[in-house]
Write a protein that binds this ligand. Structure first.
Ligand code: SF4
Length: 76
């Protein structure tokens, strides 16, 4: 599985809690809204921080999406 953090900008209220709890995964833009790296989360510690940030988002705007690893990227 691959995991990505996503933010629903229609719901996001710019609290910035996500950047505090998962600062290595989320930056804030000049208006205080999150900018999330596009790379998949690969480390277990990253996943823990991402889940923590998702659970703490007061607007329920932050989501952790999971998808199967594409066949072309699977290790043999
Ligand atoms: S904690 Fe939620 S509402 Fe606040 S900036 Fe992050 S995604 Fe947006």
């Amino acid at each position: 599985m691959t995991h990505h953090l996503k933010v629903d900008m229609d719901r996001c209220q710019g609290h910035g809690i996500c950047a505090v709890l998962a600062g290595d995964l989320v930056d804030l833009d000049q208006w205080g809204f999150p900018v999330i790296a596009s790379e998949p989360l690969s480390e277990p510690a990253q996943l823990r921080r991402a889940r923590w940030a998702v659970a703490a988002c007061p607007a329920r705007a932050l989501q952790l999406e999971s998808a199967p690893v594409p066949a072309s990227e699977r290790k043999r």
